[in-house]
Structures are given as C-alpha cells and as structure tokens.
Write a protein of this length. Structure first.
Length: 286
C-alpha cells in the first residue's frame, strides 16, 4: 500500500507539472505571435535603411562623419550581447552566450582588446560567474522592446566609436527565421559595411540639406539595427520557450502513461493476491 501511495503522489506531481508546462507553452505561443508581428513590421524599414546607408561611404564623407570612419587597424572592439531575462527556453541563452564567448576569444587571439556589453539577466549571470568584466549591463528591456531601448543601449557605444575609443562594434543576437529556427547570429555594426562605395558619378537630390539628412540617418541606421535585433531576439526567445515547454509537456505525458501502467499492474497484483487469500481462507473453513 505504501508503494501505491508513492506512485499516486508521483502521478499527481507529474500531472501538476504537465499542467504548468502546458500553460507556459500556450502563453509563449501567444507572446510569440505578437513578437513575430513586430519582427515583420520592423524588417522593411531596416532593409530600406541598410540599402540607403550601405552605398554612402566615401573617403570625403568618412572625414566629415566619424560614424563612417574605417580604422586601418582594429585595436579595441566592443561586443554587444543580447540574452533573455528568463530561462526555461531550452538552449536559447546558452547558444547566445557561447557565440559571444567564441567571438571574444577569437578577437583576443588576434591581439584585439575586447570589451563586453550585455543585455539580459542570463548573460550577465554567466559572465559574472566567470569573473568577466562587463562594461555595461542592462536588465530592464522586456518582451516589448522600443526604439528608445535600442538607443539607450547602443548610443553610448556608438558615441565612443565616433570618438575613436573603440574601432569596431559587434552585435550577438538570435536571428528569427521561424519558431523552430532561431540560430545565434553575429553582426558587425560598426564600422558600417558598405554594399558599394559612393562615386563622383552618383547624383542625389536631397531635401532638406544633405548634412541634416546624414546627421539623422546614420545614427538612426545603427539604432534601428539594434532595435530589429531586440525584436527578433524577443520573438526567438518565445519560440524557443514554446518548443521547450511543448517538449516538457510531451515528456510529462509519457511519464504519466508509464506511472499509470505501473500503478495499475501493482493494483492488479494486489487484488489478485487478496482474492487468492479469500479463496484460500474459504477452503480452509470447509
């Protein structure tokens, strides 16, 4: 009987766990749908900015706008890592952290001084545990990132690049392809990677002035790149959590099926034994 009670307690515990994981799966599915909508809304503007800014580079513009400068030698680089504030999303955070760590090791192996900027409690906890110095830490960016969040995150790093304090900026985040495909991705934010350099044959009609447009569009390009990465990261996190919770729910169902079979076999054996005892006692009385 004691064994039966233990199995019944385990069955109840697994049922409660399955109910929790199922609820988390449904919540993640709902959040992922909204996050995916934000990704699809952000991408066209990001693609248009990339196309415009990608062909702007020329030595003359680089002299006038420090954000366009291309250092002859990279001595110091910044890594901006985006992770989640919460777990229970499979290998989502671990894959991002591994990507950033490998990038950091690669840069340092080339003799480049690498500084780390982390957004997300999971990344911060990992590098803090390893004793790695972090130049900035952010935990206040939630499931609904804004353009203001992106600016506050990348603005100080961009300013340091323009002042020549760092020579390159790398962004590590998840690329949202689908709910089942959210691989970690490294993007070179600065210096800006040109699609094709501008030439004297290029003619533009600008209104208002070209200076005013460039003063606004160049920082906006970097800010939007980080914003797009934030919304894709949020969608990827929910997709990974949905997959992890579905797997946990399915596994709980399999464990329940096994426990119930074990319980039923034990009960069947107990009932058979009781019947045999009754029959034996009845025969002894006769």
């Amino acid at each position: 009987m004691a064994g039966d009670r233990d199995v019944k307690r385990r069955i109840k515990s697994v049922e409660n766990t399955r109910q929790i994981t199922r609820t988390m799966e449904l919540v993640a599915t709902s959040k992922m749908k909204r996050a995916t909508d934000r990704v699809h809304a952000a991408r066209p503007y990001a693609d248009a900015l990339h196309e415009i800014v990608g062909g702007l580079y020329s030595p003359g513009l680089a002299d006038k706008y420090p954000i366009l400068r291309r250092p002859e030698e990279v001595r110091r680089a910044a890594i901006l890592l985006l992770t989640a504030n919460r777990g229970l999303c499979g290998g989502f955070n671990a894959n991002l952290i591994k990507k950033a760590r490998l990038l950091m090791d690669d840069l340092r192996g080339q003799g480049i001084e690498a500084e780390l900027h982390v957004a997300g409690k999971k990344g911060i906890a990992y590098f803090r545990f390893r004793g790695e110095e972090m130049f900035s830490q952010r935990t206040d960016i939630g499931d609904h990132p804004t353009v203001e969040d992106a600016e506050s995150l990348v603005g100080p790093i961009r300013d340091r690049f323009e002042r020549g304090e760092i020579d390159a900026v790398h962004l590590v985040s998840s690329k949202f392809r689908s709910a089942m495909s959210t691989p970690p991705h490294t993007r070179d934010l600065l210096p800006i990677q040109a699609e094709g350099e501008a030439s004297s044959a290029d003619v533009y009609i600008l209104s208002p002035s070209g200076d005013m447009i460039l003063d606004r569009i160049l920082p906006a390009y970097i800010r939007n790149a980080v914003y797009t990465a934030l919304v894709e990261n949020a969608a990827a996190e929910q997709g990974a959590r949905r997959t992890a919770m579905k797997s946990a729910t399915d596994n709980a169902g399999e464990v329940l099926e096994h426990l119930k079979r074990s319980y039923n076999r034990a009960r069947q054996g107990q009932i058979t034994q009781e019947i045999a005892e009754i029959v034996g006692g009845s025969a002894a009385l006769e």
